[in-house]
Design a protein around this ligand. Structure first.
Ligand code: NAD
Length: 340
């Protein structure tokens, strides 16, 4: 019998790549995708798998105990990729981040525990390198680095990680936590740096670079992230944290210039804007553990991955228009509910 995976947040950027990755495996997994379809959840990300008989979409909230418990039924593996994910939004409105990323994670964990089934093989909590805070000029985050998150987003993720690991220590739930660096690739909501800058620059609009633009991130292609999560599904040891990164540190200004170069646009589109509050200076991941223990390696070279990503956004204007249509409808709904 094919194993059943409950994946949350599968209509988002990383979640949708995970859905495709899982359905493509010879193990013929069944995948149930529980997603609330927030502004970042996009059914268009999954058009290619929608009619796959091993795939099922459920629109709903990971904080909904009754629904989660109903779905947990015959599940073998849980992957929690549902989250509020945009740092800037967490600065302007932290509440929903705590609700989704902390409480939602606990609802899933508790439901998995209540299932009281020894058959739950793994619970994978998808997390981020941002939980470690900021590095100086040198050094790398390892799995034992202190958790020193800076933003409400990263703090909510760190809290989710700790609660997940407590379910391993306290109840023996087979939890693994993955902490990945910054992802890029097709299907990313265009509020994040790379898709936003591609979109602005391709329309000859300014690209807003925070501060001096020298904040460093360690970039990884979303397909490499999916493959790493799959390696953890297959052989990750319960109770362990796995860092995921592609050893590809770049500062924001370099990335911005690279995007402009690919699009053949001038550097005069760059606008330096007031820095983000609490902006972490540098992230860099040591992924030695997952590489040696589980044999995972990143496969996508950054320059070709970035070119392919730029091309994807240029080739998919309908996807971008639909995102904007949904965002406008969402704002109208919100304004209506606030009586504006
Ligand atoms: P995303 O914002 O593109 O997608 C998040 C998805 O979660 C959306 O489909 C949304 O509808 C869904 N969701 C939100 N609240 C929900 C709820 N209450 N119930 C059910 N579904 C809900 O995010 P992403 O970039 O794909 O990130 C996915 C995960 O990976 C997150 O946990 C994030 O912290 C982590 N992560 C992201 C990155 C990155 O660079 N994007 C890097 C490392 C880790």
């Amino acid at each position: 019998m094919a194993k059943h995976i409950l994946l949350t947040g599968g209509a988002g950027f990383i979640g949708s790549w995970l859905v495709r990755h899982l359905l493509a495996q010879p193990e013929a997994y069944r995948v149930t995708n529980l997603d609330l379809l927030t502004y970042a959840g996009n059914p268009d990300n999954l058009l290619d798998v929608a009619s796959n008989p091993r795939y099922r979409f459920v629109e709903g909230d990971i904080c909904d105990e009754a629904l989660v418990s109903e779905l947990m039924g015959d599940v073998d593996i849980v992957i929690n990729a549902a989250a509020q994910t945009h740092v800037d939004r967490s600065i302007s409105g932290p509440g929903i981040f705590i609700h989704t990323n902390v409480l939602g994670t606990q609802v899933l964990l508790e439901s998995a525990r209540q299932k009281k089934s020894a058959s739950l093989e793994k619970f994978i909590q998808i997390s981020t390198d941002e939980v470690y805070g900021s590095l100086g000029q040198t050094g790398l985050f390892t799995e034992t680095s202190a958790l020193e998150p800076s933003s409400p987003y990263s703090s909510s993720k760190a809290s989710g990680d700790l609660i997940a690991l407590s379910y391993f220590k306290t109840y023996g739930l087979p939890v693994c936590v993955t902490r990945c660096s910054n992802n890029y690739g097709p299907n990313q909501y265009p509020e994040k740096l790379i898709p936003l800058f591609i979109q602005n620059a391709s329309n000859d609009k300014a690209v807003p670079v925070y501060g001096d633009g020298l904040n460093v991130r360690d970039w990884i292609h979303v397909q490499d992230h999916s493959a790493a999560v799959f390696a953890v599904i297959k052989a990750g040891r319960p109770g362990e944290v796995y860092n995921i990164g592609a050893s590809n540190e770049q500062n924001n200004l370099w990335i911005t210039r690279k995007i402009l170069e690919i699009l053949e646009k001038p550097d005069t589109l760059i606008r330096f804007v007031e820095d983000r509050l609490g902006h972490d200076r540098r992230y860099a991941i040591d992924s030695h553990k997952i590489q040696t223990e589980l044999g995972w390696r990143p496969a996508v070279d950054f320059e070709s991955g970035l070119r392919q990503t730029v091309q994807w956004y240029l080739d998919n204007p309908a996807w971008i228009e639909a995102v904007h249509r949904r965002a406008t409808a969402e704002q109208a709904k919100e304004a209506h509910s606030h009586g504006v």
